[in-house]
Design a protein around this ligand. Structure first.
Ligand code: SF4
Length: 337
């Protein structure tokens, strides 16, 4: 019996599906705006407005954009900390968009978040040993000796001394607190970690130590990262591919070198032009965007970037560009392409 082209296509698709850890399809997260005497819904903040992307196993996808562009809301929706308004979140082959109760708890074992402000996410009244033990207890692990051993291993793995077990959050520096947050996120050996601005609250001197730790842990623990940040140099250091968000929309997505060396979207070009060029012989023209970021409660018609785009055409205010692949692996939403 011969193998047909259809069989081969099917085989290819199946392998590609196995490769994906996360697939986000047409995801929208809107917040209602309440007003009037009866607190009726009078509008919606379109925090995430129809984004689609996927992350392969072991990959790091960076999400960048100005504050308020929806990147953190996207991360929280994917982890089911917020409810999606519509769209689909497929995690490890399973649609988790609307799972609840026991099923959601079970799914949560496999994805964790590392927060921007580790201090706010650590209970100041709990010993660090208890903070890191919590996920084990929440998932029914009972053997106290084994849990303690695991916690000690995790402390060691994130570069903290064993006596950290008996201390409290206020006794640590910002960088050490972020290491504690990372240890807690790793406790249940998740597959995906969403890191939301994990170093932006830290001193520059410790940022690279924490970033390098995240990289080491990625290979040791077979982790996949969704790495959210506004600092493009940090995102470049961490990511394999980068997605650029503007006003709740994904406007460009490509391999990190393509984003830095050949950005296609005028917004990405402006972001990249603002990065200081370390080589004085290479001159990069700075593109300064004028105008304020519009409100996601009242986004512009047509292309969401047209009110600030330096190369906007008349039709840009009427037609919303589709997010499409214009080169292999390089997607952009702009009417110029
Ligand atoms: Fe600029 Fe028009 Fe492209 Fe939007 S569609 S980025 S306004 S050129």
């Amino acid at each position: 019996m011969s193998i047909t082209e259809r069989d081969l296509n099917h085989f290819g698709e199946t392998n590609a599906a196995k490769d994906k850890l996360l697939e986000v399809r047409n995801l929208k997260t809107y917040y209602p705006i309440k007003g009037g005497f009866f607190r009726r819904t009078i509008g919606q903040v379109k925090a995430v407005d129809d984004i689609s992307f996927e992350i392969k196993k072991g990959e790091t996808l960076g999400l960048v954009g100005e504050s308020g562009c929806g990147k953190s809301t996207a991360g929280r929706t994917i982890l089911r900390l917020l409810n999606a308004t519509s769209g689909q979140i497929i995690f490890d082959g399973k649609d988790i968009t609307n799972v609840r109760g026991k099923e959601l708890r079970q799914a949560r074992k496999d994805f964790q978040m590392v927060f921007q402000d580790p201090y706010a996410s650590l209970n100041p009244m709990q010993m660090i040993g208890d903070v890191i033990s919590e996920p084990f207890k929440n998932f029914g692990y009972k053997n106290k000796k084994e849990i303690k051993e695991e916690v000690m291993n995790l402390l060691n793995r994130v570069g903290l001394p064993e006596d950290a077990y008996y201390k409290y959050a206020h006794e640590f520096s910002g960088g050490q607190r972020q290491r504690i947050g990372i240890a807690r996120a790793l406790a249940l050996k998740p597959k995906l970690i969403v890191a939301d601005e994990p170093v932006s609250a830290l001193d520059v001197s410790v940022q690279s130590q924490v970033l390098n730790l995240l990289k080491e842990l990625q290979s040791d623990f077979d982790l996949t990262y969704l790495f959210i940040a506004h600092n493009l140099s940090v995102v470049k250091h961490m990511s394999d591919r980068i997605g650029v968000m503007y006003l709740g929309n994904l406007v460009e997505l490509a391999d990190k070198n393509a984003i830095y060396d050949e950005p296609l979207h005028p917004y990405t070009q402006a972001l990249i032009s603002a990065i200081p060029e370390p080589d004085p012989k290479r001159k990069r023209e700075r593109i300064v965007l004028t105008g304020d970021l519009p409100s996601p409660a009242n986004p512009p018609t047509g292309c969401p970037f047209h009110t600030r785009c330096p190369v906007a055409k008349p039709e840009c205010s009427e037609v919303k560009p589709t997010f499409k692949e214009v080169k292999p692996g390089h997607k952009v939403a702009c009417l110029l392409y």
